[in-house]
Design a protein around this ligand. Structure first.
Ligand code: UD1
Length: 416
């Protein structure tokens, strides 16, 4: 059952509650390592990346119990400082454990991380940030060995506002003696959520969401119950799917501010988008107009995690567009697959050129990564005929039961 089979043409209509954010949950699971008391992470999404992160904790000696969607974690018996290599190679986010393991054990050993292949994803910023905190880093035979006698405080300047590096450094310094300042920190909402989580355990992190984050070290963190934020990328994916199928959908449990860059683009495409406290209503009655130019940027710019879905939308919009990918240089595996569906789309360097066509046709296509796979599913919903998207496991990394949710909104989709 590793494919989605879609018969295109149905409009998405109805209401959908957005799940908890993958990119907030993963570092929060890693952050639980900072406390010896019980941490309850509520409403975690049932996606393979989150379950793998919990497995890593279990294999390192922690107690992890899933009660429905709540993960009850107790790390008091976590003795290991090495992440099991076979699990780590599957999930890049295990790199988030480096910071909390160092804060806890003063040493950590990780293999180079895996995850979706969307371009070279170095971890030099994580490592240089840790070095600024006095951590000795040695790279041997594909492993990174980190050790410190005492975490230093002071200033860490990031050359680029990397989300993962900001999160790792926040977690590494939270139990230090003194104050650490991260300059040129990433400003993504998931960083604000991680700070809220750590502060709910007694941490003292200030300024998350701005480019200067201050971490006042504390002796110990206590247990907590925490519900991470909702998933802005999942919300964005459904918004784009609604626009592509000329649908009408109300999304609940979402923060419109987090997807404002997309809302602006959809407005310009001719969609009606209304926002109310925690919900977004989107309606699209006619063929969307192309956005002409989209560039991915760190938050609050247009997210790279919605680039592929947006390319799918542009393939059926009227007009031409250029989508520039500034974060991950080879994140274009969806482009040749969309072309198999009749799209007039090609890549040159970091740019995707699209001449919109009224209709795509169904085809057998293959997901090459998480968001690219979601883009192909959306294209299948809008295309004429049957589309088979193979390698659905990529999509399962970040979308909980995507097929069931689309089915509930009226799509003709099943697993095969
Ligand atoms: C996180 C998200 C991912 C999203 C990305 C950008 C999670 C689990 N993943 O990934 O979904 O696409 O943010 O919004 O939250 N870089 C370096 N050196 C480093 C680290 C990063 O050069 O040490 C570069 C990367 O190659 C990339 C850019 O910085 O070009 C952004 O990466 P980063 O913000 O670190 O993304 P992730 O944390 O990996």
């Amino acid at each position: 059952m590793n494919s989605f089979e879609i018969i295109g043409g149905n409009r998405l209509t109805g209401e959908l509650e957005i799940d908890t954010s993958k990119n907030a949950t993963l570092p929060i699971i890693a952050g639980s390592i900072l406390s010896d008391e019980t941490v309850v992470i509520k409403n975690i999404p049932m996606i393979s990346d989150a379950l793998k992160m919990l497995d890593i904790l279990k294999q390192m000696g922690s107690s992890v119990v899933l009660e429905g969607n709540n993960a009850i974690i107790n790390n008091s018996s976590l003795e290991h400082f090495e992440i099991p290599k076979e699990l780590e190679s599957e999930i890049r986010s295990s790199i988030f454990m480096l910071g909390p393991l160092l804060a806890r054990h003063k040493k950590a050993r990780v293999a180079y991380p895996g995850g979706c292949d969307i371009g070279s994803r170095p971890i030099d910023l994580h490592l240089s940030g840790l070095k600024s905190l006095g951590v000795k880093v040695e790279e041997t035979h594909g492993y990174i060995n980190c050790e410190t006698e005492r975490m230093k405080c002071g200033i860490v300047h990031l050359d680029f506002p990397s989300v993962g590096a900001t999160e790792n450094i926040m977690m590494a310094s939270v139990l230090s003696k003194g104050r650490t300042t991260i300059l040129n920190a990433a400003r993504e909402p998931e960083i604000v959520d991680l700070a809220r989580f750590i502060n709910s355990m007694g941490g003292k992190i200030y300024g998350a969401g701005t480019s200067t984050i201050e971490i006042q070290g504390v002796k110990k963190l206590h247990g907590t119950e925490f519900r991470p934020m909702s998933d802005r990328i999942v919300a964005g994916t459904f918004m784009i799917g609604t626009a592509m199928t000329k649908g009408k959908v109300r999304l609940t449990n979402c923060n419109s501010e987090h997807v404002y860059s997309l809302i602006t683009k959809l407005h310009n495409s001719g969609c009606k988008v209304e926002v109310n406290s925690d919900n977004i209503y989107i309606e699209c009655n006619k063929r969307p107009t192309s956005c002409q130019s989209i560039e991915t940027q760190p938050y609050p710019g247009f997210p790279t995690d919605l680039q592929a879905q947006m390319v799918a939308l542009e393939t059926i919009s009227s007009g031409t567009s250029i989508v520039t990918e500034n974060l991950f240089e080879t994140r274009f595996k969806h482009v040749p697959e969309l072309a198999k569906m009749g799209a007039n789309v090609w890549v040159k360097g970091r740019m995707v050129f699209i001449v919109g066509k009224r209709n795509l046709h169904g085809a057998e296509v293959s997901a090459g990564d998480l968001r690219g796979g979601a883009a192909l599913v959306l294209a299948g919903l809008a295309a004429r005929g049957t589309t088979i998207v193979s390698n659905a496991h990529f999509v399962d990394r970040g979308y909980e039961n995507l097929d069931e949710k689309l089915l509930a909104l009226g799509a003709n989709i099943k697993r095969s």
